[in-house]
Write a protein that binds this ligand. Structure first.
Ligand code: CAA
Length: 440
């Protein structure tokens, strides 16, 4: 069976930046270390006035198609994953396709276009759809374009304001991929939840603290489900573990619980027994509360061990390097975590070909998905084409009052806000206004 997976990727960051420790925190009367150390974000990306989810997605896809030499006729499917859609009928992919058709002077006339929604997990679900379409042999030799694009804004004053972001990731899903092969096995943890939702409203209603617990619970269930169809995971199975990153502090919590789970009943637990004891077993405790207290103490001790720290530094920390600077990209978030890990490995001259990634996606509402990926021999050449660092450096650094104006300008309820673009568009699709949505 031919491998199927991600053949090429491109990234488009919103062109504005808000510095969280130095610009945002002082205005909120907060300690900058809450951002640097606690939440783990130093910046958020925002769309300039001439950007929206369509232009960011189309600009990422244009760059991908340009450098891989693809024309619209080579693409049999375009799926856009987003939780920031503005049209309840026409999928965002039709707007993106319209932009690309103008530029490439060709048509996606025989491509299947759609839009996927399940909060942040929809990007991975769109990859699944493309994978299944190719595996079913319905692709007629063509590739699928998956675009994860979001503007993650929260109401001003909401605690979520600390974790905003905007950007798009375009991914080409194909046979014999250059970047990663995707495993057939998957695990799911899924349950109806109401901690984060947007029923007919632009900004989410969020119970932030509960959303963190729901993330951890669904992720644990997904890992267990994956193990039931694949294999019992061991921390050394993976070169990297890219997870959905609403903010790096969230992944720090998930990583610790994941490591504890994976090291149970292994030589790692044996080696640590003298230092921190063995993992508590529920059967040995008189009550659930006593067990939870014991497991919490064990987890705190595990976090301090050299074994855990070196695993974390190798497999988790490198996945956070882009997220730390851009904030939450919702559907694109786990996909920039993968890119960050691969970029870091390339910079370190680490050859990942043949090694495995454990990818954890998550969407509020809520669903987690776990699968494995195998890094392909050409991964380094593909990753070397990206210009993420240059894009991040080129962002306009907003003052706090400029941030407020930009936030208002993207608030659908505020109407037109009379300010100019902060950056000059160059060789890119631009948003020309809500009344003229096809004229990007
Ligand atoms: N130095 C070091 N650390 C500090 C600090 C300081 N001076 N001040 C605070 N901190 C730490 C806190 O101890 C805390 O760490 P722990 O969670 O490990 O205890 C961390 O910084 C954050 O501080 P708070 O909890 O006080 O921050 P907050 O009340 O402002 O809320 C939040 C944080 C809940 C994440 C909020 O930003 C939020 O609601 N975000 C949106 C929801 C979200 O992203 N949820 C994540 C799971 S849901 C999901 O993943 C889907 C999605 O994409 C939205």
């Amino acid at each position: 069976m031919e491998p199927v997976g991600i053949d090429a990727v491109e990234v488009w960051t919103g062109k504005l930046k808000l510095d969280l420790p130095d610009t945002f925190a002082p205005q909120k009367g907060e300690d900058p270390d809450k951002y640097r150390k606690g939440i783990g974000l130093v910046g958020s990306s925002f769309p300039d006035l001439h950007e929206d989810i369509v232009t960011m997605g189309a600009n990422a896809a244009k760059r991908l198609m340009d450098r891989t030499g693809l024309t619209p006729e080579d693409i049999g499917r375009i799926d856009v994953a987003t939780e920031s859609a503005f049209d309840n009928s026409k999928p965002v992919s039709t707007y993106v396709a319209g932009c690309l058709e103008q530029y490439f002077d060709g048509e996606f006339r025989h491509a299947n276009k759609g839009e996927r929604k399940f909060a942040c997990v929809a990007g991975t679900q769109s990859i699944d759809d493309a994978y299944n379409w190719i595996r079913a042999g319905r692709n007629r030799g063509r590739a699928a374009l998956v675009i994860a694009t979001d503007t993650a804004l929260y109401a001003r004053g909401d605690p979520g304001e600390a974790t905003q972001g905007a950007g798009a990731v375009a991914m080409l899903i194909d046979e014999d991929p250059d970047l990663v092969e995707i495993s057939t096995e998957q695990g799911y943890g899924s349950m109806d939840e109401t901690d984060f939702l947007k029923p007919n409203q632009q900004f989410p209603s969020v119970d932030g603290k509960r959303s963190v617990q729901v993330y951890l619970s669904r992720m644990r269930e997904a890992v267990e489900d994956f193990e039931s169809v694949a294999w019992d995971l061991h921390p050394d199975d993976f070169a990297s573990v890219p997870f959905h990153t609403p903010f790096p502090g969230m992944v720090r919590k998930a990583a610790l619980l994941g490591y504890r789970h994976m090291s149970r009943d292994t030589e790692i637990e044996d080696a640590l027994a003298g230092e921190i004891g063995r993992q508590p077993r529920e059967a040995d405790y008189a009550s659930r509360e006593a067990y939870e207290e014991a497991i919490s103490e064990y987890t705190d001790a595990l976090k301090q061990t050299e074994q855990y720290q070196s695993w974390y530094d190798r497999t988790i920390e490198p996945t956070l390097t882009i997220s730390r600077q851009v904030g939450n990209w919702y559907t694109g978030s786990v996909h920039i975590a993968r890119i960050a890990a691969l970029q870091y490995a390339a910079e370190e001259d680490r050859n990942l070909a043949g090694e495995k990634l454990l990818v954890g996606s998550y969407g509020s509402g809520a669903q987690a998905e776990i699968h494995a990926e195998t890094v392909q021999p050409n991964w380094e050449t593909e990753i070397a084409q990206l210009n993420v660092d240059a894009q991040l450096r080129a962002r306009y650094d907003l003052s706090y009052s400029e941030y407020e104006q930009v936030h208002d300008s993207h608030n659908h309820e505020k109407g037109t806000v009379d300010i100019d673009d902060f950056t000059e568009p160059s060789d890119e699709f631009v948003f020309t206004g809500w009344g003229r949505m096809n004229e990007r």
